[in-house]
Design a protein around this ligand. Structure first.
Ligand code: NDP
Length: 436
């Protein structure tokens, strides 16, 4: 901690993993002797750079860009880019650290990394977003490549931003290197199901957990936070499995729609018009079942299953207590670290099925790896085939977490299972590669 002052989210993520590792270090003293834990906490490389760009008024703006290449024991660094004003080194390192274990859990040959900028795409014109992305890539391009480091999207980085980034990479390098970025549009090297994969995958994981108690999504009332890529697709999949998703949110507040969220309307507002969540309640009409709550927390609403899909530390101990009192039976983190450590402990103490983000939201990066496979073989798979691969991967991740938790004396504890299974895979590879 003294080596990384002020990086609170990074400390939180490291503590959460290390809390699970007692039984592993006992069983594998060689990991301790080889300083595997300390080495894992130190990124292999950290890049921080200036991103100058010109806004629509002709004024020069300066943002800060980051890429943390954390661990490449299993494959090229892989992880998204986040554009949000809250981004600083501590956020990028927490996300990159989580990504190491998440990527290991997928069983695909990918290492862990993450990046982004404190640039805020909200309220910017398309031309401003393009100029920013071009400037960002003008530095980033020299550090990435299909065998080196393969970025993707995250908060504030979707298909539009990946397009501008890929265009600038192609222009600078004079190479149509499809595998350098994932989350591309389907007509220029992207994979079907990649946009849906994180939200779908989180619901698939939650469904596997529910099955262990003879339950399912059918007829369940589901509380979802966020209204971005992950949230919208989680709502789609949970609804397809028979659930009623009654909420969505953004940083201005949340909506409750007791009839179930009208996904077409929500997608129109958030994805097409890039509007605010309030507009959903204003335009829902018809049933008159929807209302908007300004500010506040979506976790004031209770349900059978909770899917936090917005951002880190959005669900605290008080929120967790309220959900437990309201009868929640399962929580699956679509976002990265949305539940505080205290909230997680409270769910576990109450015997609520709890899926940590590094397992539940791994479907996105797994499908990114499938996109890399398609790029490498100059192929494009059907939606059905790719979704079937995603489901197979999510079931495998679920079973691996459950079996590892059992093996290490913590049956039913998916946090312990995910941390240990991911850690051991990376640690074994690091041992084999020597002290590097
Ligand atoms: P998007 O940018 O598409 O959406 C983020 C959503 O969360 C928006 O609705 C945003 O609202 C809301 N949000 C952000 N910050 C806050 C906040 N402080 N309070 C309330 N709402 C907030 O991002 P994604 O859906 O891609 O990512 C969501 C989460 O999922 C992140 O934790 C990300 O790391 C994680 N994740 C994403 C993956 C992916 O494939 N996209 C893969 C794995 C994990 P607003 O517009 O007002 O900011």
């Amino acid at each position: 901690m003294r080596r990384n002052p002020g990086e609170v989210e990074f400390h939180q993520a490291v503590n959460e993993v290390f809390d699970s590792l007692g039984p592993v270090t006992k069983k594998h003293p060689e990991f301790v002797e080889a300083a595997i834990l300390s080495r894992m906490c130190e990124p292999e490389r950290q890049i921080i750079f200036r991103v100058p760009w010109v806004d629509d008024k002709g004024q020069v703006q300066i943002n800060r860009g980051f890429r943390v290449e954390f661990n490449s024991a299993l494959g090229p660094y892989k992880g998204g880019l986040r554009f949000h004003p809250s981004v600083y080194l501590g956020i990028v390192k927490f996300l990159g650290f989580e990504q190491i274990f998440k990527n290991a859990l997928t069983g695909m040959p990918i290492g862990g990394g993450k990046g982004g900028s404190d640039f805020d795409p909200r309220g910017k014109s398309d031309a401003e977003v393009m100029r920013f992305c071009q400037s960002f890539m003008t530095e980033l391009y020299r550090h990435i490549g299909e065998y080196t480091d393969v970025p993707a999207g995250d908060i504030g980085v979707g298909g539009r931003e990946i397009g501008y980034l890929f265009g600038q990479y192609k222009r600078i390098t004079n190479r149509y290197e499809s595998g350098v970025l994932t989350g591309k549009g389907v007509s220029w090297g992207g994979s079907l199901v990649r946009p849906e994969a994180t939200g779908y995958g989180a619901v698939m994981f939650a469904n596997e957990m529910l099955k262990t108690r003879g339950a399912s999504f059918d007829g369940r009332r589901v509380i979802v936070s966020g209204s971005g890529n992950v949230a919208l697709n989680a709502i789609e999949k949970a609804t397809a499995l028979g659930a009623t998703c009654v909420t969505a949110s953004d940083s201005s507040g949340y909506i409750v729609d007791e009839a179930g969220v009208d996904l077409d309307l929500l997608r129109q507002i958030k994805e097409v018009e890039r509007g605010r969540i309030r507009e959903y309640a204003e335009r829902r009409g018809g049933t008159g079942t929807a209302h908007f709550v300004a500010g506040g927390s979506v976790w004031d609403v209770t349900g059978d299953v909770a899917l936090p899909c917005a951002t880190q530390n959005e669900l605290d101990e008080n929120n967790a207590r309220r959900l437990v009192e309201g009868g929640v039976i399962a929580v699956a983190e679509g976002a990265n670290m949305p539940c505080t450590a205290e909230a997680t402990a409270l769910f576990q103490d109450a015997n609520v099925l709890f899926a940590p983000g590094k397992a539940a939201n791994a479907g996105g990066v797994a499908t990114s790896a499938l996109e890399m496979q398609q790029n490498a073989s100059r192929d494009a798979w059907s939606f059905e085939h790719t979704e079937a691969r995603l489901e197979e991967i999510m079931i495998k991740i679920h079973n691996q977490c459950a079996e590892t938790a059992e093996e290490y004396g913590a049956p039913g504890n998916y946090v312990t299972g995910a941390n240990i299974a991911g850690f051991v895979k990376v640690a074994d590879a690091m041992m084999a590669l020597g002290v590097i």
